[in-house]
Design a protein around this ligand. Structure first.
Ligand code: SAM
Length: 378
């Protein structure tokens, strides 16, 4: 059985450092932060832990091999030379997905079928099978990713993307991905004993992710992972990881989190999502216009993803809203304000330059995360 593996936590552009911080917080030291991913060497038991705990990563994959290839022969031979039998069982089902960027081997379907053939040959040899592999067992998704002629072969341990926490029963038109919402909260360094509000909460993603962070609830606690029935990961590793998550959850931590939105429908969706996330009525949900926002306490955090005003006829209304928000928050200097928007005039409309800005993508939309640090009152 394998003792250590090279894991790849994939990350959306701009979130790599945050994913790296999370990996370190799990206790894995030997990490490398690259564009779109964080690599780390870890024992096999890290696979359940990383899947359960990483809030901002998209997936956790095992790096099986990395090499240069300029011809199909090279791709075949080097793929076949890798120890696939240490990962995939005799009955394992293993479809191959692929991508290729700026490489001599640009035909993705050809690369996929060559990788598939090479793994089949390797496994037949190792398992002493003369005919064909049945592929009726556990599921292993292999990926061949080629970038500038460098091939990386990985196995996906997550299954559906890690943003699928299992709590989203409803959504609005523009829900934020759970991984991005968690990153927005983590960037603020908010602590659970401070008030928190999202006044454009929509389906509640930011407030729900904040509540999970506030009570240290593992984001993957309510879902399944593709590698849960892989032979290479002893069941005891999964049991230990789930027990650890149960022990570390702090369900008694009181929270002062409010999610509000102008739409009744969105508030009822947010409530359902929070219920599904097991948060009960831990988050306070309110139907309210941003104009009526009046924080009751000091030293809070406002974290939000308001409408961007990109649609026809929406712009003026949205600009007015940004002005309203700016004039309200001027009266609450102890509050920190964090706004994600693609609207380049945001600082002007809000009436103040941000202390800090961070470029992030919300799906394909280029946005800035405007950060205003509050002056906490002692
Ligand atoms: C981009 S969506 C937020 C999506 C949310 N982050 C999620 O994950 O579902 C913006 C939200 O702002 C709300 N909204 C629009 N105008 C508003 C106003 N004047 N006051 C409060 N909420 C408003 C919309 O109803 C919508 O749900």
């Amino acid at each position: 059985m394998k003792q250590t593996v090279t894991l790849v936590a994939t990350a959306a552009m701009g979130l790599e450092a945050i994913v790296g911080r999370e990996v370190k917080a799990l206790g894995y030291e030997d990490i490398q932060v690259e564009n779109g991913r964080v690599l780390f060497e870890a024992p096999v038991s890290a696979i359940p832990r990383a899947n359960l705990w990483l809030r901002t990563a998209d997936r956790v994959k095992i790096l099986i091999g990395k090499f240069k290839a300029y011809s199909f022969d090279e791709l075949f031979e080097q793929t076949k030379a890798l120890p696939w039998e240490q990962f995939i069982t005799e009955e394992g089902e293993f479809p191959v997905t692929g991508k290729s960027v700026k490489s001599k081997l640009y035909s993705v379907p050809d690369c996929q079928s060559i990788v598939k053939k090479a793994i089949v040959e390797r496994l037949k040899q190792k398992y002493g099978i003369a005919s064909f592999l049945k592929e009726t067992g556990a599921f292993y998704r292999v990926e061949v990713a080629i970038h500038k002629d460098e091939v990386r072969l990985t196995l996906d341990t997550s299954g559906s993307g890690l943003h699928k926490r299992g709590y989203r029963v409803g959504q609005g038109e523009a829900p934020l991905k759970e991984t991005l919402a968690a990153a927005l909260v983590q960037v603020t360094n908010w602590q659970a004993d401070h008030p928190f509000i999202d006044p454009f909460c929509g389906s509640g993603t930011i407030a729900i992710e904040a509540a999970l962070i506030g009570q240290n609830i593992a984001p993957g606690f309510n879902r399944e992972f593709a590698s849960e029935n892989w032979e290479m990961i002893p069941r005891s590793h999964w049991d230990t990881a789930f027990e650890e998550a149960e022990d570390l959850a702090n369900y008694d931590q009181p929270l002062e989190i409010i999610g509000s939105d102008i739409s009744h429908d969105m508030i009822s969706i947010a409530k359902q999502n929070a219920m599904e996330a097991g948060l009960g009525d831990l988050v306070e949900w309110k139907q309210m216009q941003v104009k009526d926002l009046h924080p009751r306490k000091d030293n809070g955090y406002l974290v939000s993803n308001p409408p961007y005003g990109e649609r026809m006829g929406e712009r003026e209304e949205v600009e007015e809203m940004y002005r309203d928000l700016g004039s309200i928050m001027r009266d609450y200097p102890s509050w920190s304000v964090y706004i994600l928007t693609s609207n380049e005039k945001f600082e002007n409309l809000y009436g103040k330059n941000a202390t800090k800005k961070r470029k992030l993508f919300n799906g394909f939309i280029k946005t800035d995360y405007y950060q205003y640090f509050g002056r906490h009152i002692k």
